[in-house]
Design a protein around this ligand. Structure first.
Ligand code: UT7
Length: 320
């Protein structure tokens, strides 16, 4: 296609999906050498969801986002599905979502682990800048299937879920103000799962690096946007561990009452965690027009990503 003069994008619909099976800390306490107190204090997680498939959760979240935007799959030019737990090695999970939602355009998966949704957000803006009109961006994961449920180091942390947004082209600048994407492949062995195997993680080292890259990346995005911590109305961090979030936010001078949080009820859902937290914040009236929102994630790879969006789009009535 020919490339028109760039246009911006705005989020016009959103939706989430969590599978039905709730696994509480008490469930782990009953069968592993762990306690509810340890898990709550060391991670902030109280429960997480198991079950579902990545495509099934993505379809459910995606359908809600389309409904809210008043669109059908036929209106969508491209689907980007961020996931690190696809249902099949081949083909992409996005291809099943494309068929089930009857989307007309292209479909592909993005694997940038827990940074995947923000990577996808930036790529969606790029495609819209090149002339596409509407994109469905989904983060969906079934991490329980790549987690050894007998390993207390990882089992307590990870859960399944999905979050989706519809992005539509608009005249002028749109919502995205700045972004920063990064990767340090030399650290990839700190968190990995071989094909067909379970995840292993050097938790302490991931923790240390996570705080550092979140702070650095957020500072890059804020500097590029010409914004200071005070100008950020809401931080939507990757939901891995409350202590990581507290530590990063304290270094960024962001008070915790400006932080979106779903970790306690979802656990770490990798690329689904930022859209789950963003949608939760919107639906609880925490996003207002013209708010600057900082999204910041990190994860396996090691990858990191941050973006600042100014909320100029649609909001539920009561938020406006
Ligand atoms: O999405 C991004 C990827 N992942 C992350 O962001 C996770 C980053 N890391 C973390 O969140 C934390 O490192 C963990 C929550 C994984 C672990 O917390 P920690 O404070 O770093 O604990 P630790 O690994 O230093 O372990 C402290 C102790 C150890 O016992 P010893 O060696 O001191 O006797 C562990 O064996 O806690 C033990 N431990 C547990 N105890 C009870 C580890 N897991 C558990 C558990 N219950 N579930």
């Amino acid at each position: 296609m020919t490339i028109p003069s760039p246009s911006g994008a705005t989020i016009t619909g959103w939706g989430t999906a969590l599978p039905d099976i709730i696994v509480t800390n008490a469930d782990f306490e009953a069968r592993l050498d762990t306690t509810d107190a340890w898990i709550t204090e060391r991670t902030g997680i109280r429960e997480r969801r198991h079950g579902g498939t990545t495509a099934g959760l993505a379809v459910e979240a995606g359908r809600k986002a389309l409904d809210m935007a008043g669109l059908t799959g036929a209106d969508i030019d491209f689907i980007l599905l961020a996931t690190t737990t696809p249902d099949y090695q081949i083909p992409s999970t996005a291809s099943q979502v494309q068929e089930e939602l009857q989307i007309n355009g292209g479909a592909c998966d993005i694997n940038a682990a827990c940074s995947g949704f923000v990577y996808g957000l930036v790529q969606a803006h790029g495609l819209i800048a090149m002339g596409l009109k509407r994109i469905l961006l989904i983060g969906a994961e079934t991490l329980a299937k790549v987690t050894d449920q007998d390993d207390r180091n990882t089992a307590i942390l990870f859960g399944n879920g999905a979050g989706a947004v519809v992005l539509e082209s608009v005249e002028g600048d749109g919502q995205l103000i700045s972004f920063d994407l990064g990767s340090d492949g030399s650290a990839r062995e700190l968190l990995e799962a071989p094909i067909g195997g379970y995840m292993s993680m050097v938790g302490k080292e991931v923790f240390r690096k996570a705080v550092a890259v979140m702070v650095d990346s957020a500072n890059v995005s804020m500097a590029d946007a010409g914004l200071a911590a005070n100008d950020i109305a809401l931080v939507v961090p990757h939901q891995a561990n409350i202590r990581i979030i507290e530590s990063a936010c304290s270094r960024l001078d962001m008070p915790m009452d400006r932080v979106a949080m779903v970790l306690h009820r979802t656990g770490n859902t990798s690329s689904a965690s930022i859209p789950l937290a963003l949608v939760d914040a919107i639906e609880n009236g925490r996003v207002k027009h013209d708010d600057n929102i900082l999204l910041v994630g990190f994860g396996a790879g090691m990858s990191w990503a941050s973006a600042i969006i100014r909320w100029t789009g649609h909001l539920p009535e009561e938020n406006s």
